[in-house]
Design a protein around this ligand. Structure first.
Ligand code: FAD
Ligand code: MG
Length: 330
C-alpha cells in the first residue's frame, strides 16, 4: 500500500473515531456537596446534561440558603431566632410553610411527630456531636409543656405555649430543601433528575422513559438491599435507627425520639415513605417510625397519595396496599 493510501486510511479511521465519540450520548451529570451534615448528590439525566451545570449549582445554593434559614446548628438561623423568642414571633412565609407541614403531621400522628422537640434533642446531644444518655429527671423536665397543642401558627406568627420550647425541623427541613432543589431544576428546564440528600431523595420525571429504580437499605445488613422501588416524579424518604446513633453500656441510642417517653422510639428499625413532596415524606417517615408498625401503617394508609413500608423492631415488614405495584423484593 502506498504511503498516501495509508495516510488516507489512517485519517479516515481517526475521523470515524471522532464522529463515533461525538455521536455517543454523554453520561449523566452528577455533582455532590456537603450540606445539612450529609452528602447531597444532584444528578441530571437529560441529553447533553452539561448545559444544566449552572442550574445544578443554583439548586445546591438554594439548599444551602435553606440550611442557613432552618438549621438549629446555626445560632443566626431563623429557626434558632424563633426558638429563643418568648413572645409570639413573626416567621417568614417560607419557614411558616415548613412549620405548617410539620404541624399537620404532628396532628395526624397524635403528636408522634413534634417540631417543638429541640430541647429534648439538645439534651441527648444529637445536635452538638457529643451524645449522652440524660438522667430521668432531665428528660422529664425537657418534656414539660411540649404537647402537640403547644405550637400554633396564626397570621404569620408562631405562638409557643412556653417560652422554653425549642423548634427543631431536623425531621422535615431536609425534605423541604430537596423539594426546592427539584423545583429549581424543573424551572431551568431539566426533565430527568434526582436530588439525593444522604439517602432521602426526590426524582424529577422518569429516567429516560423508564422508572427510576431505588434500592432501600436493609436496616440490619450493611450494603444489602431490603427492596427496590420503581418510581418516577416522586420523593422516597427513609428514617432508620441505624443512621445516627451512639452506643452506651451495650445499648444503641438513636436520634428519633418518642415525645411521649423522651427516649429513642423503639417500635421500628426503618420506615420508607413515597410521596409527591419530600418534606411531607420526611415528616411522615419520622412520625410512622415513632408510632410503630400498626399505627404508623394506619397513618400512611390514610394519607392521600402516600405509600410506605415499615420494618418493625422484630424485623417484620408491613406496607401500604398501593406499594405492591411499585415494589420488587430481592
Ligand atoms: P429523620 O427521621 O428525618 O429526622 C430525625 C431528626 O428529626 C432528629 O435528628 C431530630 O432532629 C428530629 N426529631 C427526632 N425525633 C423527632 C420527633 N419525634 N418529631 C419531630 N422531629 C424529631 N447534621 C449535622 O451533623 N451537622 C449539621 O450542621 C446539620 N445541619 C442541619 C441543617 C438542617 C436545616 C437540617 C434539616 C438538618 C441538619 N443536620 C445536620 C442533620 C440533622 O441534625 C438531623 O440529624 C437530620 O435532619 C436527620 O434526618 P434523618 O433523615 O436522618 O432523620
Ligand atoms: Mg424525617
Amino acid at each position: 500500500m502506498s504511503r498516501l493510501a495509508t495516510t488516507i486510511l489512517l485519517f479516515g479511521f481517526l475521523l470515524f473515531i471522532l464522529f463515533w465519540r461525538l455521536d455517543e450520548p454523554s453520561g449523566p451529570l452528577s455533582r455532590t456537596r456537603m450540606l445539612m451534615g450529609t452528602v447531597v448528590e444532584i444528578r441530571v439525566d437529560d441529553p447533553e446534561p452539561e448545559r444544566f451545570r449552572d442550574a445544578v449549582t443554583a439548586a445546591f445554593d438554594e439548599m444551602a440558603r435553606i440550611e442557613r434559614l432552618m438549621s438549629l446548628h446555626l445560632a443566626k438561623s431563623e429557626v434558632s431566632r424563633i426558638s429563643r423568642a418568648g413572645e409570639p414571633v413573626e416567621v417568614s412565609a417560607e419557614t411558616a410553610t415548613v412549620l405548617r407541614t410539620a404541624l399537620k403531621v404532628s396532628v395526624a400522628s397524635d403528636g408522634a411527630f413534634n417540631p417543638g422537640l429541640g430541647r429534648l434533642i439538645r439534651l441527648w446531644g444529637f445536635t452538638d456531636g457529643e451524645p449522652r444518655v440524660p438522667s430521668k429527671m432531665e428528660i422529664e423536665e425537657a418534656l414539660v409543656g411540649i404537647g402537640p397543642e403547644s405550637l400554633t401558627l396564626e397570621d404569620g406568627k408562631l405562638f409557643k405555649s412556653d417560652r422554653s420550647i425549642t423548634i427543631d425541623l431536623g425531621g422535615v427541613a431536609k425534605g423541604y430543601a430537596i423539594d426546592r432543589a427539584v423545583e429549581m431544576l424543573s424551572a431551568a428546564g431539566v426533565k430527568h433528575a434526582s436530588v439525593n440528600a444522604g439517602g432521602d431523595l426526590r426524582l424529577l420525571g422518569d429516567r429516560d422513559g423508564t422508572p427510576w429504580r431505588i434500592g432501600i437499605q436493609h436496616p440490619r445488613k450493611k450494603d444489602a438491599v431490603l427492596a427496590t422501588l420503581s418510581v418516577a416524579d416522586r420523593a422516597v424518604v427513609t428514617s432508620g435507627d441505624y443512621e445516627r446513633f451512639f452506643e452506651q453500656a451495650g445499648r444503641r441510642y438513636h436520634h428519633i425520639l418518642d415525645p411521649y417517653t423522651g427516649y429513642p422510639a423503639e417500635r421500628c428499625q426503618e420506615v420508607t415513605v413515597v410521596a409527591d413532596s419530600a418534606a411531607l415524606a420526611d415528616a411522615l417517615a419520622t412520625a410512622a417510625f415513632v408510632l410503630g408498625p400498626e399505627k404508623g401503617l394506619e397513618l400512611l394508609q390514610k394519607t392521600e397519595k402516600v405509600e410506605g413500608l415499615i420494618v418493625a423492631a422484630d424485623g417484620q415488614v408491613v406496607f401500604t396496599s398501593g406499594l405492591q405495584e411499585i415494589v420488587q423484593w430481592p
